[in-house]
Design a protein around this ligand. Structure first.
Ligand SMILES: [Fe+2]
Length: 322
């Protein structure tokens, strides 16, 4: 696939300009200097939709990475294989005027404006390449890929960095979001030190702003965390196998009160979960049960979509007490 540059309309250009202007008013004080320098290096301008060939020519000289046109979201294996070959997948279509503030599926503004500038940073690129190698090693394990996706999510998409320049944004999901680029550095969300072990047990949040951000101190730290990631995944996959249960919806409903699940070996009985929250279709794999103060969260990977759903049980204590 290629970018059909001549097919962009004046409306597309206007959308690019409005988004670009809005973010560039905000980001100089909020975004990581490495990202801002990347915008210059790849030559983004307000009055020109980026041309992939030109962008790739720039990137080739800096880090050897390039952007590969894809239609939309692609399967995990294809995605990590592209990264392994120093290619970053990006779509070429732009959102419509009534979608400036929020868009469900990533468009070119997210993929290109959000992601591409940091492809000019070698430490960051090394991490992407290294992460893809870990992912391809475990590609047949749905559980492993879910955990790796969380690390990707809390870094590449929603990462913050704090160094001599202060606390700044480098995650593309934030950089391309009008609201979240302000919200993430404000009083509301939690910000904690980057920690792979914590990230892989933190399910990600879609469709609303993140509640928690993980803060690195240097881009190099990302690559340095990969051996720990691989070790934890190997360990989790092993433990996970003990508890993974493939359930049909009917099985799930019939046996719900008797599903013992815990990664801590203390078998817990999960009861009274709101079944209405369970996604339609087959249930998939139960990944984890987390114990909170007054609830258990049961986490699933839905077989057909690889989306993690979390359901809650608020009346668990009395059930367990019985
Ligand atoms: Fe993205």
């Amino acid at each position: 696939m290629t970018q059909e540059y001549e097919k962009y309309t004046p409306q597309d250009l206007l959308v690019w300009q409005l988004l670009f202007d809005h973010q560039m008013r905000l980001l100089p004080s909020l975004a990581s200097p490495a990202y801002l320098a990347g915008i210059e290096k790849v030559g983004f301008q307000r009055d020109r939709i980026p041309n992939f060939d030109e962008m790739n020519a720039q990137l080739a000289q800096i880090t050897g990475w390039r952007v590969e046109v894809v239609e939309g979201l692609i399967p995990n294996k294809a995605f990590f294989e592209l990264l392994e070959n120093r290619r970053f997948p990006a779509s070429t279509w732009l959102r419509k005027m009534d979608q400036l503030a929020y868009l469900e599926e990533p468009d070119m503004f997210h993929d290109v404006f959000g992601h591409v500038p940091l492809l000019s940073n070698q430490d960051f690129c090394n991490f992407l390449g290294g992460l893809s190698q870990v992912a391809l090693r475990f590609i047949d394990s749905e559980l492993a890929i879910e955990l790796i996706s969380r690390l990707y999510w809390y870094t590449v998409e929603f990462g913050l960095i704090e160094d001599a320049d202060g606390l700044k944004i480098y995650g593309a999901g934030i950089l391309s979001s009008q609201g979240e680029s302000v919200y993430c550095l404000g009083d509301q969300p939690q910000r904690v030190r980057f920690d792979v072990a914590e990230i892989i047990i933190t399910p990600y949040i879609k469709e609303k702003f993140q509640e928690k951000y993980f803060v690195i101190h240097a881009y190099r730290e990302l690559m340095d965390a990969l051996p720990e990631l691989a070790r934890l995944i190997a360990q989790q996959s092993e433990e996970g196998r003990l508890y993974d249960t493939i359930l049909s919806r009917q099985d799930f409903e019939d046996n719900f009160e008797n599903i013992p699940k815990s990664i801590n070996e203390s078998a817990l009985v999960v009861a009274n979960t709101k079944i209405s929250k369970v996604p339609k279709g087959s249930i998939g794999t139960v990944v984890h049960v987390y114990e909170n103060k007054d609830a258990y969260e049961v986490e699933f990977i839905v077989n057909d979509s690889s989306i993690v759903e979390t359901v809650f049980s608020n009346q668990i204590e009395e059930k367990v007490a019985k």
